[in-house]
Design a protein around this ligand. Structure first.
Ligand SMILES: *Cc1c(COP(=O)(O)O)cnc(C)c1O
Length: 379
């Protein structure tokens, strides 16, 4: 089955009760038993729920995995991966990382004796020097947020396999429409379903997909034992979102390209970060591991003035000034005062998050309206 069919049918079957095409929302915590242990496969909804299972099967299918696990948020999914580790274990992670992931690693898991190395992975061979006998996990985000760096998943997976280390890829920005990390050698794919998979800014959810049965069993144990699951209503919404993932992503990519090219031609714009430009440092890797370049675009203004950036984001009318990304509507964010405000200026500037940086999640509205909006806002 090809991807555009999988988003609609992958892992799905009609409901056995009445043949409903969409799975019912099984809004129940528990299931009747005829005799102790005599049930129909479901005992308690933290462990299993038919609507969540339908979503998990769809997730496994679109990521070319075998097992999907859905969680109450993206961070809950990452948290489950970290619970595979033990005190004394080490993790090598991308350095320009989603802020919440960085906070989970450093503020929670460092306290439990796990050591993290944050490494610039633009050149995958950089990873090798941080690997010790205690390294158990490599954590990769690509494209990165908000600088749109690209990390070579195939090269990273070769390093991971050589040292027998798990490789997890946060595939939130790319989605399986653009990039399928399990096929490129990753062991675990992670999603903030909140973003493109849900696609409509109406839920918070996370997911993991794996191929290996033993790894899946360990993660299922953690999912049930720690209990950070999502509810049936949100599972239904996420499934509905996934059914249009391919057409939404196609438009996100078209609009993202148009916006990136417009900004690059604007006399007041200094840098535009988008992996589809030939002068992007890892353009060739992006081209080889992604099917297209996505709808996330960041840029800075000439003079790198904080006030200019604030004025632009305040002037936008079609783009909404808001955190998050990946919904049908276009959003704009100012990392220095929003998502990255808690990081000292010197630290954030090291990874490129300067005062005038603006990040756009380009939605699926009409391209002309988006460009006209940027034009009037930049002035
Ligand atoms: C939003 C996001 C997360 C966290 O997901 P939540 O659903 O907000 O918990 C993790 N990684 C990336 C790249 C994200 O954009």
């Amino acid at each position: 089955m090809k991807f555009n069919t999988k988003t609609i049918h992958g892992g799905q079957k009609q409901d056995p009760a009445y043949g409903s095409v969409m799975p019912p929302i099984y809004q129940t915590s528990t299931y009747a038993q005829s005799t102790p242990g005599g049930h129909k496969g479901y005992e308690y909804s933290r462990t299993h729920n038919p609507t969540r299972n339908a979503l998990e099967n769809a997730l496994a299918s679109i990521e070319n995995g075998k097992y999907g696990l859905a969680f109450g948020s993206g961070l809950a999914a990452i948290d489950a991966v970290l619970k595979l580790l033990e005190p004394g274990d080490e993790v090598v992670s991308t350095n320009d990382l989603y802020g919440g992931t960085y906070r989970l690693f450093t503020k929670i898991y460092e306290r439990f004796g796990i050591k993290f190395h944050f490494v610039g992975m633009r050149n995958a061979t950089n990873i090798e020097e941080f690997i010790t006998p205690d390294t158990k996990l490599i954590w990769v985000e690509t494209p990165t947020n908000p600088m749109m760096n690209i990390i070579d998943i195939v090269e990273t997976s070769k390093i991971a396999k050589r040292h027998k280390i798990l490789l997890a890829v946060d595939n939130t920005f790319a989605t399986p429409y653009l990039q399928q990390p399990l096929d490129l050698g990753a062991d675990i794919v992670m999603h903030s379903v909140t973003k493109y998979l849900g696609g409509h800014s109406d839920l918070v959810m996370g997911a993991l997909v794996v191929k290996d049965k033993e790894l899946a069993d360990r993660l299922f144990f953690i999912q049930n034992a720690s209990g950070a699951v999502c509810g049936p209503q949100d599972s239904f919404l996420a499934l509905r979102g996934i059914k249009t993932l391919h057409i939404r992503m196609q438009r996100h990519c078209e609009n993202g390209k148009a916006v990136a090219e417009y900004l690059a031609s604007h006399p007041k714009i200094e840098n535009v970060y988008w992996p589809g430009f030939k002068n992007h440092p890892n353009y060739e890797i992006a081209k080889s591991q992604m099917n297209d370049f996505g709808g996330m675009v960041s840029f800075t203004t000439k003079g790198n003035n904080y006030e200019d950036a604030i004025r632009i984001v305040e002037n936008l009318r079609v783009f909404t000034l808001a955190e998050s990304l990946g919904g049908v509507e276009s959003l704009a964010g100012h990392p220095a005062s929003m998502t990255h405000a808690s990081i000292p200026k010197k630290e954030r500037e090291k990874t490129g998050v300067v005062d005038s940086l603006i990040r756009l999640s380009v939605g699926i509205e009409d391209e002309d309206d988006l460009i006209a909006d940027l034009k009037q806002a930049i002035g």
